[in-house]
Write a protein that binds this ligand. Structure first.
Ligand code: BGC
Length: 435
C-alpha cells in the first residue's frame, strides 16, 4: 500500500467527529453520576474535603508540589485579602543519574522518597519556625479527610516501593519528624487538579473545573452539593482512568506495553507521557507497512519526548525540524518530503485527538453541573500540553465550540500556571486557620 493510502486509513482512525465527542461527553457524565453514587465506574470521583477559597486565608505556609519527576517546595505568605506572595520556590529532581539516585523506580522505597522530600523542606523552612504545610500529591488517593490520603495506586509509571496503600500524610509526617522539622505540620493533602482549581478560584470567578494537561491527565470540579457533606466540595474525578473512549490498535499497543495495562485509558490517549508513545506506534506501523524506513528505535519506549513533539508540530516550510527529530530519535536521515509531511500529520492527528478527547470530558462535566447549559463555565488548566504544545489550546476550544454550537465560548479554558503548588499553599492556610 502507498503512503497516501496508509495515511488516509490512519486519519480515519484518529479523527473524532463532533458526534463522537458528544457521545463520549454523555458517557462521561453517566460515569460521573455512577462514581458519585458509589456504583462501579471508571471515574473514582474522590472527595477532596475542601471547597473553594474565599480570599481571607492568611499566614506563612510551606507547600510541596509532588506529581512528576521534580518536586517543588514553596514558602508563601497569604495576606488575607486574596494576595499570595511566593517567598521561595525551589525545584528538585527525583531522578539524578549523576548523583546516583532515582526515587521513582522500584529500587527506591517510601522512606527514601519521603526522606528526600523532608530534607528539601528543611532547605526552605526557616529554622525553628512553625508553618502549616500543604502537600499536592498528584496520584489517585482515597481521601478520608483533608489530611488523610491513602495512595490507591501509582500512575505515570512511578514504582517506588511501600507507598501504594499507605497514608501519604503519615509517611510525610514521619519523615518531617525524622528530619527534625517539629514546627512544620502537614495539614492538607490535595491532588494537583484540586490545587489548580483552588489557585485559579482564589482570584477569578466561574472556575468550576480544573485540569492538568501535562505529563499526566486528570480533571476535578466543584460538586455543588456533595453527598458526604451536603455542601460544595471539589471532587477529584481521576478522569485519566475514564474508559468510555474508543481505543485504536495504536492505543491497545501503548496500553499493552505500559506498567499497568487496562488502567488509565484516557490518560494513555491524551497525556504528555504517552502521546509520544502513541505516535511511535503509528510511525512504527508505517515502517512495518514499508512506507517509512525501518528503525530499531521504533521499538524503544519514550524515544519521542514532549519537546520533540512540539518541534515537529511547530515546524513549517521544508520541515527541517521534523527531519532533525527523525534523524536524532530514529536514525532516519534521508526521509523524502512526503514522508516528513506524513510524520508531521501523524503527530498532529495524535495531538489534536488528545485535545478533543479532553474537551469531551469537560463537556460531560459541564452537562453534570449545569444540565440546562444556563451558565458560562471556565476550566483552569495547567500543564505543558496546554501551555506549550502548538495549537493544543486552540484545538481544545474548537472542540468545545463544536459541542456547543449555539453558545460558542460558553465553556472556555484559562491557563493556571503553577496552580498546583499555589493551591497547596492556599489549602494549608485554609486548614491552618480553621478553629
Ligand atoms: C494522576 C492524577 C493527576 C494527574 C496529573 C494522573 O496520572 O492519576 O492524580 O492529577 O496524573 O498530574
Amino acid at each position: 500500500m502507498t503512503l497516501d493510502i496508509q495515511l488516509t486509513k490512519i486519519r480515519q482512525e484518529l479523527t473524532l467527529s463532533a458526534e463522537a465527542l458528544a457521545d463520549i461527553a454523555t458517557s462521561f457524565r453517566k460515569a460521573m453520576v455512577e462514581g458519585l453514587a458509589g456504583q462501579p465506574s471508571s471515574l473514582k470521583m474522590l472527595p477532596s474535603f475542601i471547597g473553594l477559597p474565599n480570599g481571607r486565608e492568611k499566614g506563612s505556609v510551606i507547600a510541596i508540589d509532588f506529581g512528576g519527576t521534580n518536586v517543588r517546595v514553596i514558602e508563601a505568605e497569604l495576606d488575607g485579602a486574596a494576595k499570595i506572595e511566593v517567598r521561595q520556590m525551589k525545584r528538585f529532581p527525583l531522578i539524578d543519574a549523576a548523583a546516583g539516585y532515582n526515587h521513582t523506580n522500584q529500587e527506591a522505597d517510601a522512606s527514601q522518597l519521603f526522606g528526600f522530600i523532608a530534607a528539601r523542606v528543611a532547605e526552605i523552612a526557616k529554622p525553628g519556625a512553625s508553618y502549616p504545610l500543604g502537600h499536592t500529591f498528584s496520584f489517585p488517593c482515597e481521601q478520608l479527610g483533608i489530611n488523610q490520603a491513602r495512595l490507591i495506586h501509582w500512575t505515570k509509571e512511578f514504582r517506588t516501593r511501600g507507598v501504594e496503600g499507605q497514608d501519604i500524610g503519615a509517611l510525610l509526617g514521619a519523615a518531617l519528624a525524622k528530619a527534625g522539622l517539629a514546627g512544620v505540620k502537614g495539614v492538607a493533602i490535595i491532588n494537583d487538579t484540586v490545587g489548580t482549581q483552588l489557585a485559579a478560584a482564589y482570584s477569578q470567578r466561574n472556575i468550576d473545573m480544573a485540569s492538568i494537561c501535562g505529563t499526566g491527565h486528570n480533571t476535578c470540579y466543584l460538586e455543588p452539593r456533595h453527598p458526604l457533606s451536603g455542601k460544595p466540595m471539589i471532587v477529584n474525578m481521576e478522569s485519566g482512568n475514564f474508559d468510555g473512549v474508543p481505543q485504536t490498535r495504536f492505543d491497545v499497543a501503548v496500553d499493552r506495553e505500559s506498567e499497568r495495562p487496562g488502567a488509565q485509558r484516557l490518560e494513555k490517549m491524551v497525556s504528555g507521557y504517552y502521546l509520544g508513545e502513541v505516535a511511535r506506534q503509528v510511525l512504527s506501523t508505517l515502517a512495518v507497512e514499508g512506507v517509512l524506513p525501518a528503525s530499531e528505535a521504533f521499538g524503544r519506549k519514550q524515544v519521542l519526548k514532549g519537546i520533540d513533539l512540539d518541534r515537529i508540530l511547530a515546524d513549517t516550510g521544508a520541515l527541517a525540524q521534523t527531519a532533525e527529530v527523525m534523524q536524532r530519535c530514529f536514525g532516519l536521515g534521508s526521509l523524502s518530503a512526503a514522508q516528513l509531511s506524513a510524520v508531521q500529520e501523524v503527530l498532529r492527528l495524535v495531538a489534536r485527538r488528545s485535545a478533543r478527547l479532553v474537551a469531551a470530558s469537560f463537556q460531560g462535566t459541564a452537562l453534570h453541573i449545569d444540565p440546562q447549559g444556563a451558565q458560562a463555565h471556565k476550566v483552569a488548566i495547567d500543564g505543558s500540553l496546554y501551555e506549550k504544545m502548538p495549537n493544543y489550546a486552540l484545538w481544545l476550544q474548537e472542540a468545545l465550540d463544536e459541542m456547543n454550537p449555539a453558545s460558542r465560548g460558553r465553556l472556555s479554558t484559562v491557563l493556571a500556571k503553577d496552580g498546583s503548588g499555589i493551591g497547596a499553599a492556599i489549602a494549608a492556610a485554609t486548614v491552618g486557620m480553621a478553629p
